[in-house]
Design a protein around this ligand. Structure first.
Ligand SMILES: Cc1cc2nc3c(=O)[nH]c(=O)nc-3n(C[C@H](O)[C@H](O)[C@H](O)COP(=O)(O)O)c2cc1C
Length: 221
């Protein structure tokens, strides 16, 4: 996300008293963070996510794409320390998970994209869901009422299971999930193939429209 350091000044009248106030410019914009769980950075999952992000950007929503596929990310060790400590952090610090958790908590919307691997999530996506999910659920439902959307790439079959797994995470986290004109799945094998799936691309663009509408409605913009 682009960082700007100036603080715009706002003016309003309270009764007849002029009142000036400032707010960090970042707070003016809604933010969506997207995670690409495919190790193929420029692959089909990434292309599908890019379609959604481009629509969000057209609506003035700030976006950030984080590549987690191919990263060394540990799974949850079920130590429960995140619940004891109540610091919104995972005790494992030798990978970037705490940075990802902080990005999720800071964002208004979260997109999680995964390729379909043996009818399931990629391991990096699973690690993100388990660790961020356990930390946030154990820390006063830290993702409550954020908007969440799943994006899935598949060659042939099993994508709906991946879609369901990501949505199960959103829905148990008190998050709000927008729909689209179909389930958010694009079909392709080799990187770029998914762009031939016109219906899949249209589904992603409609998802972007619905996510933008929902974010604006929730935040009164
Ligand atoms: C380890 C592995 C397992 C896969 N399992 C499935 C599968 O169960 N069903 C399927 O339709 N495609 C499967 N595929 C194909 C990918 O889901 C497909 O190529 C997808 O477009 C990859 O997305 P990406 O380009 O973002 O990596 C598998 C691919 C790999 C590498």
């Amino acid at each position: 996300m682009q960082q700007e350091h100036y603080r715009p000044v706002f003016f309003c009248l309270r009764g007849k008293i002029p009142f000036f106030y400032t707010m960090p410019v970042e707070d003016l914009y809604m933010k969506v963070v997207a995670f690409n769980g495919s190790p193929r950075k420029e692959g089909n999952t990434g292309l599908l996510i890019a379609e959604v992000l481009s629509v969000l950007q057209d609506h003035g929503i700030r976006t950030e794409l984080i590549q987690i596929g191919g990263e060394r990310i540990r799974g949850c060790t079920a130590c429960g320390k995140c619940r004891d400590r109540q610091d919104r952090r995972c005790i494992i610090t030798d990978d970037s998970m705490n940075e990802y958790i902080a990005k999720m908590i800071d964002a208004d919307g979260i997109i999680i994209g995964s390729p379909t691997y043996f009818s399931d999530l990629s391991p990096e996506t699973k690690a993100l869901i388990d660790r961020a999910g356990y930390v946030c659920r154990g820390n006063n439902q830290a993702l409550k009422r954020k908007v969440g959307a799943a994006v899935v790439a598949v060659r042939r079959a099993g994508g709906i299971h991946v879609f369901d797994s990501i949505n199960h995470f959103f829905l148990i986290s008190d998050m709000i999930v927008p729909g689209s004109s179909y389930w958010n799945i694009g079909i392709g094998l080799e990187p770029g193939d998914v762009l031939q799936d016109k219906e899949g691309v249209a589904t992603m663009r409609q998802l972007g429209e619905n996510m933008a509408w929902l974010l604006k409605t929730i935040h009164g913009r």
